[in-house]
Design a protein around this ligand. Structure first.
Ligand code: ATP
Length: 347
């Protein structure tokens, strides 16, 4: 378990004093994947760096598995730090060492025997899926492969905690997905507690059990991902959720969008919902009640645990005179519905 108690951290520059962490307290339970989200400058990096004391808090305590790291003398702290692995946005690999030698590095520092290093590094490279790259240099690897090496290196000292500092921010969406899947697999197979920081709710949604939202150096809201997604209390949390779900009206409709209705117009609505039956059920019920089926132009549904979130655009031809009924149907069934504009049917 990781316990942060009343952590404060200020930075002084020549012109100002910045409060990066302002009385942050958090409990991160063993074996969980805990995400910290916030905008740039919110204090996420400072927070994660305070967990392994790469950054020393001005005051407050950091406890890991019952040990108060903030009270330890340097030599003992060095030993405790070995139980905390860390990976970074830009991988931080040693360019003059092969992949094997990069992963072996922390083991060499602790005086591990050559034969032990050989078997441990091979085991780790196999775990992260790049055993075949053992003799390559980092320059010859893709971003995703480099992050796999960094993960293997971070696991070399058998840590109980893995800190991930924007570990997927430099990766494309499909590589991000594969690295997040790998982190989830490691969490489950090795029971390692993972703390990750990100500015994307999709990352939280993909693998985290719990989330803390940071703003101006404070944790403004935290809880299980399901609870936060279902019932966000802060505007900033709402904004992150919305941003992660947002879809655009396809350009073919956008270019024809008008603000006023005409005799041959169809209305375009944007509809959003959470924790609801699939929108297909609503469309089927509308067809049943009003003998008219709205056209779904585009849609997106995501899940946070068992809670779904969806956004869709629909088009309703005004000729059938059903748009008010349909609007009311969505409103009374707890969907948010917003009229975006009109498109002419015959243009
Ligand atoms: N070494 C430093 N010296 C001075 N100011 C710093 C230092 N490190 C961080 N800060 C300041 O502390 C605040 C919090 O920074 P931090 O890097 O923790 O935020 P962040 O949420 O991780 O942002 P980002 O997503 O942009 O990395 C910012 O205002 C930043 O400018």
């Amino acid at each position: 378990m990781i316990l942060l108690k009343n952590i404060y951290k200020k930075f002084k520059t020549s012109s100002q004093e910045i409060t990066a962490l302002d009385d942050v307290s958090l409990t991160i339970n063993e074996g969980k994947i805990f995400g910290v989200i916030g905008q740039s400058g919110a204090g996420k990096s400072t927070l994660i760096r305070c967990i392994n004391l790469l950054e020393m808090p001005d005051s407050g305590e950091v406890w890991i598995n019952g040990v108060n790291l903030t009270s330890l003398p340097q030599a003992k702290l060095t030993l405790e730090r070995r139980k905390i692995g860390m990976i970074f946005q830009h991988f931080n690999l040693l360019s003059s060492r092969t992949i094997f030698q990069n992963v072996a590095f922390p083991l060499e520092l602790t005086g591990t025997s050559k034969s032990e290093i050989q078997s441990k590094v091979n085991e780790l490279l196999d775990l992260v899926g790049i055993l075949d790259k053992a003799n390559e240099y980092p320059a010859n690897l893709s971003g995703g492969q480099k992050q796999r090496v960094a993960i293997a290196r971070a696991l070399a000292s058998n840590p109980t905690v893995l800190l991930c500092d924007e570990a997927t921010s430099a990766l494309d969406p499909s590589t991000t997905k594969s690295i997040l899947n790998l982190l989830k697999e490691i969490n489950q197979r090795l029971n390692i507690t993972i703390v990750l920081i990100t500015h994307e709710m999709e990352v939280i949604n993909a693998i985290c059990d719990e989330v803390a939202v940071m703003k101006n150096g404070k944790v403004v809201e935290h809880g299980s991902v399901e609870t936060i997604f279902t019932n966000p209390k802060e505007q900033i949390t709402n904004d992150f959720i919305k941003k992660s779900l947002d879809i655009e009206l396809p350009s073919v409709f956008k270019s024809k969008l008008e603000s006023d209705t005409t005799s041959d117009s169809a209305v375009i609505y944007k509809i959003s919902f959470s924790n609801q039956p699939h929108y297909n059920a609503a469309i089927a019920e509308i067809k049943n009640q009003f003998e008219f089926t709205p056209e779904v132009i585009t849609s997106r549904i995501e899940y946070a645990g068992s809670i779904n979130y969806g956004t869709l655009f629909i088009k309703i031809d005004q000729l059938f005179n059903q748009e008010t009924n349909i609007e009311n149907y969505f409103i009374s069934n707890q969907f948010n519905i917003e009229k975006i504009g009109y498109v002419r049917i015959n243009h």
